[in-house]
Ligand binder design. Structure first.
Ligand code: PMV
Length: 350
């Protein structure tokens, strides 16, 4: 390969869960204790852009995120590199005319256009983009489901960012993780009026990482076993049906209740974990007031491992939702409106 630089670029969007992943049954493979379901948001706004290149002229594997060098020696990143390299090595073995890229050092350059590690699913977009960029670089014939298995090992929620629209992550039962994959529940075009209002309450990094938080919740929360065993499986069925029927009231009710259930298990963790703050709670009260005034559920809040709110609503409710939120927007650092995204796309070829 003589110092030649091979390159591919891609973007991956964030996804915001309406049924939360919280709890690992296998922390090294990122196998979850429950299935989850999310909406992938539009690429234009919250996304990671990643260029993957490899060359014999590079000295080691490296990753630059928003201009700063990141440690790639961690188990998660290494697992993604290892799996993708092994798929490339198989291709090279089958077709001896292919350039030998699998053993070359990798250089990754990523840019997030939103705050990193502030509970806005940055790791989801990040690992989805990393895996797809390397897969494109290696010209792997892998489909999104196969790539989701690899991205999952980087960050659990990343497996859902390989699809657009409404996406489920099936927890699976196999101990090797072979059936713990993401799949599309419905494309974005199925429900064109869906909107998401993202309130950046704080762009600061979260206090407790999701990995540490989950582990402590699984070990100590007495509410957690019922959530994983009964509450979430029933909600997965009800939510899939609500999406199929475009039933916003059911979609919204489950979204809010599942966010509340997740944050309740956080509070029930010992020592307790608080991700929401006063502005988050003001956002909840604003949604309550909007729904009360409408006489039905027209807006639904959800919070990940941080204080930032995502409010789902339908286009026809835009004025009542955005209008009421004007009142609390003074307390937030930024906000934007987004739409569900179609599937990921290849930006350019090498
Ligand atoms: O993918 P992780 O390890 O960052 O975990 C994400 C967990 C939540 O965002 C809180 C919930 C979810 O399903 O995305």
């Amino acid at each position: 390969t003589d110092g030649k630089i091979y390159r591919a670029s891609t973007t991956a969007p964030v996804n915001i869960a309406v049924i939360k992943y919280w709890g690992k049954r296998d922390p090294s493979l990122n196998l979850p204790t429950n299935s989850s379901l999310s909406v992938t948001l539009s690429q234009s706004d919250l996304r990671t852009h990643t260029t993957a290149s490899c060359s014999s002229s590079f000295s080691t594997d490296s990753l630059l995120l928003n201009g700063s060098p990141q440690d790639v020696s961690g188990g998660r990143t290494q697992a993604c590199f290892r799996e993708l390299r092994s798929l490339r090595a198989t291709l090279e073995h089958q077709d001896q005319s292919l350039p030998k890229l699998a053993l070359l050092p990798l250089k990754l350059v990523s840019e997030n256009n939103f705050p990193t590690a502030a509970g806005l699913a940055s790791s989801a977009a990040g690992f989805a983009a990393l895996v797809r960029a390397i897969s494109d670089l290696y010209e792997l014939p892998a489909n999104p489901t196969e790539l989701s298995k690899i991205a999952r090992q980087g960050s659990g929620s990343a497996c859902r960012s390989l699809f657009g629209g409404y996406v489920a992550w099936e927890k699976g039962t196999a101990s090797d993780g072979s059936d713990s994959v993401a799949y599309e529940v419905a494309p974005a075009s199925h429900w064109p009026s869906m909107r998401a209002l993202i309130l950046v309450v704080s762009a600061a990094k979260k206090g407790v990482s999701s990995t540490t938080g989950m582990q402590t919740t699984v070990k100590t929360s007495t509410l957690f076993p019922a959530r994983a065993a009964d509450v979430v499986p029933a909600r997965m069925r009800e939510m899939s049906y609500a999406i199929e029927k475009r039933d916003f009231e059911t979609f919204g009710r489950i979204t809010m209740r599942d966010s509340n259930s997740f944050h309740a298990t956080c509070l029930d963790t010992y020592p307790p974990i608080f991700y929401m703050n006063d502005v988050s709670r003001a956002a909840i009260r604003a949604v309550e007031a909007i729904n009360e005034a409408a006489g039905k559920i027209v807006a639904a809040y959800t919070f990940d491992a941080g204080p930032n709110a995502v409010i789902y609503y339908l286009q026809e409710s835009h004025s009542v939702v955005a209008g009421r939120f004007q009142e609390i927007l003074g307390g937030v650092e930024g906000w934007r409106e987004d739409v569900p995204a179609t599937g990921g796309e290849k930006v350019d070829e090498r």
